[in-house]
Design a binder for this molecule. Structure first.
Ligand SMILES: [Zn+2]
Ligand SMILES: [Zn+2]
Ligand SMILES: [Zn+2]
Length: 283
């Protein structure tokens, strides 16, 4: 499988759009891997995971023709993961010749609900839902769906939107878990992973708070100490192989010392890789 990280920050991005804190100053000065956009992943060059306000610019930067991407999987409806107003550009006249018939947004029931909320103040509100170029696929937890060439299974996340998911993606005997945004997975999710004997080849962890243990103050995200505990739970649960890759992503500028060059050796010492915007992994 092939994935490319398009964005590896939390909601504000790094630097935060209006922020001048030490982390954001450093990112503006150093550029490169110190710059992190809002969370997004391209999978197998055919599925976009999350759809934020950076999507358009990301597609140009990473040379991806969005007129050919017809499958989007949404983790949850926080604004750094889902920006439905962009769907307006699919309306006839705004989009003259899409290569696909329908753009399908897969996720929980929250995805269509949020789009309807956002569109409620626009004149085009009915047209967008009836123009035929947008479809919402409501996925239920633990039910696998074939999306493009990939099997996709949503699991309930530990996060603060009504129905947040994290997803398992499987293809050709390879299995990956994108574990953001989420705190520790709930016991029932762990029990399901054990019962189904799921074994990951790659796990991409929420590391919003960098080096900090945040599970008491913010149980909906993780830091490196929490990712380590989560990984040990997967190992004890039989979900890891000796070769499983562990990657950290979704960083906030509110965490200290998360500049790429400084955080890389800290993560490596604990057996984790650090995602950066544009990073491609094939496994
Ligand atoms: Zn987020
Ligand atoms: Zn900042
Ligand atoms: Zn979130």
């Amino acid at each position: 499988m092939k994935l490319q990280y398009w964005g590896t920050a939390a909601a504000e991005g790094i630097p935060g759009i209006f922020c001048n804190c030490k982390t954001c100053q450093e990112a503006r000065k150093k550029g490169g891997k110190y710059i992190r956009g809002r969370s997004q992943v391209l999978l197998e060059e055919e599925i976009l995971v999350d759809f934020n306000a950076d999507t358009y610019r990301n597609s140009l930067q990473y040379h991806c023709d969005l007129s050919k991407i017809s499958e989007i999987v949404i983790t949850h409806v926080h604004e750094d993961h889902y920006y439905p107003i962009e769907l307006m550009n699919l309306l006839p006249g705004r989009c003259k010749e899409p290569s696909f018939k329908t753009l399908t947004l897969h996720g929980s029931e929250d995805v269509e609900k949020k789009a309807r909320e956002v569109f409620s103040v626009y004149e085009e509100k009915e047209r967008i839902f009836h123009c035929g170029t947008v479809a919402f696929d409501v996925m239920k937890p633990y039910e696998t769906r074939r999306v493009g060439s990939v099997d996709v299974t949503p699991l309930p996340a530990t996060h603060n939107t009504p129905n947040p998911y994290v997803y398992i993606f499987s293809k050709d005997g390879k299995t990956m878990l994108l574990l953001n945004d989420s705190g520790y997975l709930k016991p029932e999710v762990m029990a399901w992973l054990k019962e189904k004997k799921i074994r990951f080849d790659l796990v991409s962890y929420d590391c919003t708070y960098g080096k900090r243990d945040v599970v008491r103050e913010a149980p909906r995200h993780m830091g490196l100490p929490n990712a380590e505990i989560m990984r040990q739970r997967f190992i004890d649960n039989g979900n890891y192989k000796p070769t499983t890759l562990s990657v950290l992503t979704h960083f906030t500028h509110n965490a200290s010392e998360i500049g790429y060059d400084e955080f890389l050796p800290v993560a490596a010492e604990h057996g984790f890789e650090v995602a950066y915007d544009g990073m491609t992994i094939e496994f």
